[in-house]
Design a protein around this ligand. Sequence first.
Ligand SMILES: *[C@@H]1O[C@H](CO)[C@@H](O)[C@H](O)[C@H]1NC(C)=O
Ligand SMILES: *[C@@H]1O[C@H](CO)[C@@H](O)[C@H](O)[C@H]1NC(C)=O
Ligand SMILES: *[C@@H]1O[C@H](CO)[C@@H](O)[C@H](O)[C@H]1NC(C)=O
Ligand SMILES: *[C@@H]1O[C@H](CO)[C@@H](O)[C@H](O)[C@H]1NC(C)=O
Ligand SMILES: *[C@@H]1O[C@H](CO)[C@@H](O)[C@H](O)[C@H]1NC(C)=O
Length: 524
Amino acid sequence: MAIAMARRKFPTFALFTIGLVLSSDVSFRGFFVEGAVNVSEKRLIQQIAKNINPNVRPVLNPSEAVNITLDITFHGVIEMAEKYQILTSSVWVRQRWINQLIRWNTSEYGGLEEISIDSSLLWLPDIVLYNNVFEEFGGRMDNVKTRIRVNSTGHCYWAAPFIFKTSCHFNVRDFPFDEQQCKLKFGSWNLHKGLLDLVPKRNLAPVAKEKVENGEWNLTSIQIKRSEDEYACCPDEKYTDVTFYINLKRRSLFYTYNLIIPNFLIALLAFFSFYIPVECGERISFVITVLLSMTVFLLLVAESIPPTSEAVPVIGMYYTCSIIEVALALVATGISLKVYYSYLYGKGLSPRLRRFLFCRLGPLLWVDTEIVSGAKLAKNKSCLLFKCLKRPKSSVPRDSVISMYNVIENKANLLNGVATTAKNEANLLAVDAQTSAETDITLLETQNSLSGQEIRQRVKKTSTAPEPQHAVSSTLKGYKDTDFHATESRIAAAIVDRAFMVLFILVFFASTLIILLLPFIRKG
Ligand SMILES: *[C@@H]1O[C@H](CO)[C@@H](O)[C@H](O)[C@H]1NC(C)=O
Ligand SMILES: *[C@@H]1O[C@H](CO)[C@@H](O)[C@H](O)[C@H]1NC(C)=O
Ligand SMILES: *[C@@H]1O[C@H](CO)[C@@H](O)[C@H](O)[C@H]1NC(C)=O
Ligand SMILES: *[C@@H]1O[C@H](CO)[C@@H](O)[C@H](O)[C@H]1NC(C)=O
Ligand SMILES: *[C@@H]1O[C@H](CO)[C@@H](O)[C@H](O)[C@H]1NC(C)=O
């Protein structure tokens, strides 16, 4: 039992002893080092704190200006909020000046050449970022409490890392192939040129080796310029400022993939509508659907650029142009449909239009202008032959032909000389002298209104009577005529379709190319 107790107690006791020894050692080192009171740096800082007032401008001659050398290292673009025209960037700012009030003899302070001292103990230049838009920061650089390095000759070096949010005028004209220039303007807030002078260290600012990479922006260069300005407050005093011009180039791959290529393909689809057969009946709605989907993409574009009326961005121009072209394609589809159904209304195609389509445009676009007439199979690929082909003059007025749609539906039957097209017209039954009466009867039996006996009687009557036969033959002529018209209109519509398709695709390609190359042409 006792052994167990001892075993249990031993480790705690050992730890306690070790802890005591260690802690006493640490406390001894920390507080009782001999000479700690007389460390030269401590003496020096005590001297500075006692003798230096941070509000005093560090010059011996009051009329002399403090020269501040301003330098930055650019650490990267964090964000570019195009919509609000704000650039968020990470920047390391370096300021150097000479404090003429501090100077020590290094041999008196144990060879100490440089000290690092809290910035509240020394004078700081009141440099402000003029185009700051970050409320909390307020643009005042001297609010940042990093330490200042001072050497024995009074040279001060003060560096601090900053996240700047600055207003940046955004030029939307070339979006998304644009280059932007944002600036960081630094200047003293209340010391004019005679009291504080800002000097840039070099002409081009360096970029940090391990910079923040931005997926959208490439940094091209940072120029530094010094200027002197007069402000409304104090007309006689000039204030100097140093401005860093950050040149950024957009990596446009994202926009090319997500906005330009989809729109390009969708617009091309619209022109494909001229290839869809008219009989399909979906052409107009197809083009309208395409138009709507393009409008949706246009909304996406509008969201990603600032709402400015200064200039039309290239991508906006491209979208508007494509929408106009697709809208015109919609009109063209209407025109082509009108040509297709022209045989239903009025006199059909005018001779001039017919000649233009069949003799000029048709051969040019390699459209097969072969006319298949109801009466005969007339192969007239050449224009001359077409001219020779005279349409049979119909004695029957157009009104007598009741259902012309049947002509299209059963054109194949008509070609065979079988007038089975007449679904509803009893008159036409008689035409079929060659076809057997039985087929007629079966045809008629499908009609619910007539009984089989009645039909047989009627058939006998019609077959004996000569008058209806004459009427029917003239109707057939009318059919052949409309058939000719229908075929002609269909081919005319095919020519018009082909012409529009070629025209629109050419115009679309040309306009796309010109618009998208515009930014590069402007840059020269
Ligand atoms: C402090 O150090 C200086 C030189 O380093 C010496 O002259 C002086 O006597 C020292 N004072 C004390 C209190 O140790
Ligand atoms: C600042 O620079 C000007 C000229 O560049 C010079 O005359 C002036 O003495 C400098 N001031 C200080 C404190 O060194
Ligand atoms: C620095 O101090 C040493 C001795 O304390 C002296 O010999 C020397 O002349 C001083 N140097 C200057 C520049 O005052
Ligand atoms: C103090 O720093 C400046 C600039 O960094 C340098 O030119 C100068 O030689 C330094 N003085 C000493 C004593 O190290
Ligand atoms: C951006 O920079 C990267 C490398 O840093 C380079 O590969 C790319 O081509 C540049 N893009 C543009 C648009 O300059």
